[in-house]
Design a protein around this ligand. Structure first.
Ligand code: FE2
Length: 303
């Protein structure tokens, strides 16, 4: 495994989520496609929440328990969170929802401290709790997140909107969340762009008309999906491309633009994750975005 040319993981000393932590104003670091790791920043569970670290709370249909907020849609607003994928009595579910909501609130306060430039622009997407072991999942190659990939979704075109994610490992038995991180986005784009054809005329209209996509799939979305699929389908790339292992021990929080950083989840159980959306124009340096990078390499706009 080659580690030369792999994405950097940068470590920070913060021990609190709120405003009194030392790290702030690190937009340039996260926008450069680095992983921000906070090894001393646990999400504290209260006594009655310790029981939730058990796969029995997942209803078996979804791989995660998720809270959905209105900001889930790139153009949405924010009503109260709706919980999906959990099984339990109403009282138990209320307790589970309170825990996940507290994580969402702390992750949001934390993100706004780290990235003051994003204040007023960051939109809250899904919060997810993953009590199921990564290793036990049976999936198709396209859904197999143990293969290096950038995040892109067939049914949910992002139109370039950024995906910022705050993860925290809450494993009770000392088990790390194991990731591989891959090559920087620009190198990755250069690897596959020559093989990616333009979408055929009318395909975006048809995908939207038939309900396969929630809104129009732009050429940007088409290219990002192609990058996602080609990387996952390429066994040689998975084995031999520049990459490094990153272990996130329990009590560790990490922050990443997951539409930019090549990542693969190799192992672990019991994690919380908060997604935020950010428009490219609201970045500190919009030219670092995947959309700007792809447009520069292709020499045209991807709208
Ligand atoms: Fe992913």
């Amino acid at each position: 495994m080659s580690t030369i040319g792999a994405t950097r993981v940068r470590e920070f000393p913060d021990t609190t989520w709120a405003d009194d932590g030392p790290t702030r104003g690190v937009e340039a670091v996260v926008e450069a496609g680095e992983v921000l790791r906070f090894p001393y920043l646990p999400f504290a569970l209260i006594e009655s929440e310790l029981r939730f670290r058990d796969p029995r709370w997942a209803d078996g249909k979804a791989k995660n328990i998720s809270l959905r907020w209105g900001g889930n849609q790139p153009d949405g607003n924010r009503p109260d969170g709706e919980m999906r994928g959990a099984a339990g009595t109403p009282a138990e579910l209320a307790g589970l929802k309170a825990m996940i909501t507290r994580y969402a609130d702390q992750a949001e306060a934390f993100a706004l401290r780290l990235f003051p430039h994003y204040r007023g622009h960051l939109r809250r997407g899904n919060t997810s709790f993953r009590p199921v072991d990564v290793a036990g999942r049976e999936t198709s190659w396209r859904q197999d997140d143990t293969r290096l990939h950038v995040d892109a979704f067939p049914s949910n075109p992002m139109h370039g909107t950024r995906l910022l994610r705050v993860f925290c490992n809450v494993n009770p038995s000392g088990r790390a969340r194991e990731w591989r991180v891959g090559e920087p986005f620009e190198a990755h784009a250069k690897r596959y762009l020559p093989m990616i054809q333009r979408p055929w005329p009318g395909s975006a209209w048809l995908l939207e008309k038939t309900g396969i996509t929630k809104r129009r799939r732009t050429e940007y979305d088409h290219v990002m999906l192609q990058l996602h699929d080609r990387a996952k389908a390429d066994a040689d790339f998975q084995r031999n491309s520049p990459q490094a292992r990153a272990a996130f021990a329990p009590g560790t929080t990490w922050v990443v633009f997951s539409d930019q950083v090549l990542h693969a989840a190799m192992g672990g159980q019991h994690m919380l994750e908060q997604t935020f959306y950010l428009d490219v124009a609201d970045q500190q340096e919009p030219t670092t975005s995947p959309r700007s990078t792809l447009e520069r390499l292709l020499g045209r706009e991807l709208r």
